[in-house]
Ligand binder design. Structure first.
Ligand code: LLP
Length: 413
């Protein structure tokens, strides 16, 4: 089961550090996300330690969970932030990031976003289109910015061992530039007078089940970098997995051991998201109804695909456990949400004890790509988010449950 040192049972009650999940649900209602900041920091330090020899610059990938409390926590211990939109840059700056601590990635940056990033002095642009270089150069010139750091994103044409919807490094994916295109740019780098071509970026996919694609991608990036004196940085992206308790995944140390010999002599940037926040979060939900139908037990809960879309979007399996243990005998059930979609299923064949209406369940390992991917479909308010302080014994609200009024905030009546 994907419990860990911060998310565990004590006396048959699920705790996040020293706080009982049931108490939080009683105070806050459900569905509610809860994050352990202690676990976030432990995961961050584990990555720092594993890669210590190459003194990595760790830029937390905000797309995994951009709650400002998470950003602030990581910024407070010296992390940078990897952003993929002006919105994420805005949030990172609000969280206290300096421009130079931000890398700006993304396959479709708009000219307005580029301008915003340049005005705020972001440290790096990870570039994936030739025309994007023209935009950045032109806007930099108009703002009097010189030597803007560029890392060209390589598409290494390798297929990562992960769900096809989250693999990014194969030729057919929209991401990155081919080796040929990168060499062409670098051979003509003086065409973009305000840019400094100082890095190569590579990211082959997320939740990687082995290190092979990373090894190939980083090796190709290194081979390119070796040919140009100006390139001093290798950004090797994110992708390190979290343990969902369903398959064996390589450790952070395994990635470090694979990558470090390949990058000697270079400055290293990492962009981990899931491996920092994934197993630090749970989603608490409550049983609304119980139905026996077609030989199956359905637990209809107040959480749904609008809070957690990963099961329906990627066939992802998140373990689901009772907030209060008790009966040990389990049976197989479907845990489904109230949304009007057949695929609004949070878990199939979930082994659960016989539950009653009002019992609470915790969906595990949802810190990454959970709340950030939530939607207002069916006019469902966004869920509350709670953080447990790094000391483990106090909690506060990181996002209020959205009100009905706020559902209408940006609509014109
Ligand atoms: N860097 C780049 C360039 C990326 O594209 C990504 C993720 C990351 C870093 C962070 O990757 P991580 O360390 O979190 O694996 N919504 C999907 C995952 C999409 C990942 C997109 N890119 C999911 O729920 O599985």
């Amino acid at each position: 089961m994907s419990l860990n040192t911060s998310i565990e049972y004590r006396d048959e009650q699920l705790y996040v550090d020293d706080i009982s999940a049931d108490d939080i649900a009683t105070h806050m209602g459900t569905p509610t996300y809860v994050y352990s900041l202690k676990r976030v920091l432990d995961n961050y330090r584990r990555i720092q330690d594993a890669f210590a020899t190459v003194k990595p610059h760790v830029h937390y990938s905000a797309k995994a969970n951009a709650n400002i409390q998470i950003l602030k926590t990581l910024l407070s211990v010296g992390a940078g932030i990897d952003c993929v939109s002006a919105g994420e840059i805005f949030k990172a700056l609000k969280g206290g990031a300096k421009g130079e601590q931000i890398v700006f990635a993304g396959v479709g940056k708009t000219p307005d976003e580029i301008k915003f990033a340049l005005e705020n002095g972001v440290g790096w642009f990870n570039v994936e289109n030739i025309a994007e270089l023209d935009y950045i150069n032109r806007i930099a010139k108009s703002l009097g910015r010189r030597e803007v750091n560029i890392a060209l994103r390589l598409n290494p044409e390798v297929t990562a061992n992960t769900h096809p919807n989250i693999a990014t490094g194969h030729g057919a994916a929209k991401f990155g530039l081919t080796e040929k295109a990168i060499l062409h740019v670098l051979d003509n780098m003086s065409d973009w007078a305000n840019l400094a071509f100082t890095g190569i970026h590579v990211h082959v996919g997320s939740q990687l089940h082995d290190t092979n694609a990373t090894q190939k991608g980083v090796q190709t990036a290194r081979d390119i970098a070796d040919r140009y004196e100006s390139i001093t940085t290798l950004n090797i992206g994110g992708g390190m997995p979290t343990d969902y308790g369903t398959a064996n995944v390589p450790s952070v140390d395994a990635f470090a051991e694979t990558v470090m010999p390949l990058v000697e002599g270079y400055d290293i940037i990492l962009e981990p998201g899931r491996s920092i926040i994934g197993d630090a979060g749970i989603l608490i939900t409550e049983v609304l109804y119980i139905k026996q139908q077609a030989g199956e037990t359905f637990y209809i809960v107040d959480g749904s695909m609008t809070e957690l879309i990963r099961p329906m979007l990627y066939d992802a399996t998140h373990q689901i456990v009772p907030v209060k243990q008790g009966k040990t005998e389990t049976h197989s059930a479907q845990v489904v949400g109230p949304v009007c979609e057949t695929t609004d299923v949070l878990g199939r064949n979930v082994a659960l004890p016989q539950l009653q209406i009002g019992d609470r369940l915790a969906i595990l390992t949802v810190g990454a790509y959970g709340a950030v991917m939530a939607s207002n479909y069916n006019a469902r308010p966004l869920p509350a988010e709670i953080v447990i302080a790094p000391e483990g014994n106090s909690w506060h609200i990181a996002r209020k449950r959205q009100s009905y009024e706020n559902l209408l905030r940006d609509e014109l009546e």
